[in-house]
Ligand binder design. Structure first.
Ligand SMILES: [Zn+2]
Length: 395
């Protein structure tokens, strides 16, 4: 009995955990390295300054979740690789930069664009949120190397080299037609060198295993996986296996665990959901090829509702299992968090940015120290960002 009591009194209660999490979020810099919120900013007049019931990220919910810095990824879906398409996507990318700057600029008292770790820490001291910009997919670079620097100068601090299909830079992990370059293309090698020389972070999320190994062999700077999880715990080509984790450690980079359910936990076969989803697809296809904005929103909400009804999402505990796996395999210095909010990210217990502290609470329950949690929540990523920028200054 005495022993049992002793054990109970050593286990911090939930109230204590919440309090500790609150203090930590007050003191440390917290960084989420991937959300697709710019898509919302470009398509509609989504207001970052108010508490929205749509979408996963806005300033009031960042405050509530204790998140200081968010990478807004400008996502460009892979399309045809023609001069005409490159020009169109380049224009769309510029428009997206513009809408991010305008949306953030509307609330100078709440947030600002950040370009360096120092900016993020300074903004935190001022009680403001930091918005970094990334580009998800090197597609808008096309085959023009000068675009890399142009996007950097516009404020982008990473480029995810490709998305779900191969492009002119490298092979994707999920292209149905298989590899095209067997890793990085000759142009992709130029892109890696250029990113090293201007101090831009290389993001290896989405790229194929061969592309990953080509990048870490060539890059002089550490790389990041801005939103990827562990293949050992969830078999998906989007995730990194243990050998890749070892290579990442050798490179000095960081993996930011993606809290998208399918990358954390293998989805169970669900024929009932599949049938209902198919019905829904057919219903909306019958509406014709051009949907209005309201119809698109309606389709999205019907699909989300269906998912909510039938799919059991991965949990915060599952996400922390992935963090723990990285720690077990390569140590505490190479892991962080990249939510993929507004791009499919969101799990049970952390469906939007207002719930980020739940991850911290789970880490505390498992006995992670203050120092370790500070590394996971941004310390590791900021170290990499500083090293990438320092390498540029050396050259
Ligand atoms: Zn992605």
């Amino acid at each position: 009995m005495a022993l049992a009591l002793a054990v109970v009194s050593c286990t911090p209660g939930e109230e204590k955990i919440s309090q500790k999490a609150g203090h930590l979020h007050r003191d440390m810099l917290t960084v989420d390295t991937h959300c697709d919120t710019p898509m919302r900013l470009l398509r509609s007049n989504y207001d970052l300054g108010v508490y929205n019931d749509k979408g996963c990220v806005d300033f009031p919910r960042m405050k509530e979740g204790g998140l200081d810095a968010e990478f807004f990824a400008i996502f460009i879906g892979q399309g045809p690789r023609t001069a005409e398409a490159f020009e169109k996507e380049y224009r769309r990318t510029l428009a997206s930069f513009d809408s991010v700057r305008k949306s953030v600029g509307q609330y100078p008292e709440l947030a600002d664009i950040a370009l360096s770790p120092d900016d993020a820490y300074k903004l935190k001291d001022q009680g403001k949120l930091a918005i970094f910009i990334g580009i998800e997919n090197g597609y808008p670079v096309g085959t023009d190397i000068s675009k890399v620097k142009e996007f950097y100068d516009l404020g982008a601090r990473y480029i995810t080299l490709c998305h779900s299909s191969n492009n002119d830079i490298c092979d994707s992990s999920t292209d149905k037609s298989g590899p095209e370059h067997n890793g990085l293309s000759a142009f992709g090698e130029e892109v890696v060198k250029e990113m090293n020389s201007i101090g831009m972070i290389i993001d290896v999320s989405h790229i194929s295993d061969d592309s990953f190994y080509d990048v870490v062999a060539l890059s002089k700077a550490p790389v990041v996986a801005s939103h990827s999880s562990c293949r050992a715990l969830c078999e998906s080509p989007r995730n990194l296996d243990d050998e890749m984790l070892q290579a990442l450690k050798k490179n000095g980079g960081v993996i930011q665990i993606c809290i998208l359910s399918d990358y954390l936990k293998q989805p169970e076969p669900n024929p009932e959901f599949d049938a209902r989803a198919q019905e829904l697809r057919e219903k909306w296809q019958a509406m014709g090829p051009e949907l209005t904005e309201a119809q698109q929103e309606q389709r999205w909400s019907e699909y989300s509702e269906l998912k909510k009804q039938y799919i059991k999402l991965a949990t915060v505990a599952d996400a922390v299992n992935h963090i723990q796996h990285v720690v077990d395999v390569i140590g505490i210095d190479y892991v962080g968090i990249g939510s993929d909010f507004d791009g499919g990210g969101g799990i049970e217990g952390c469906t939007d940015v207002s719930m980020m502290k739940n991850i911290t609470k789970e880490l505390l329950r498992r006995g992670y120290s203050r120092e370790d949690i500070t590394k996971i929540w941004g310390g590791n990523f900021m170290r990499v960002m500083r090293e990438v920028q320092a390498l540029r200054d050396e050259v």
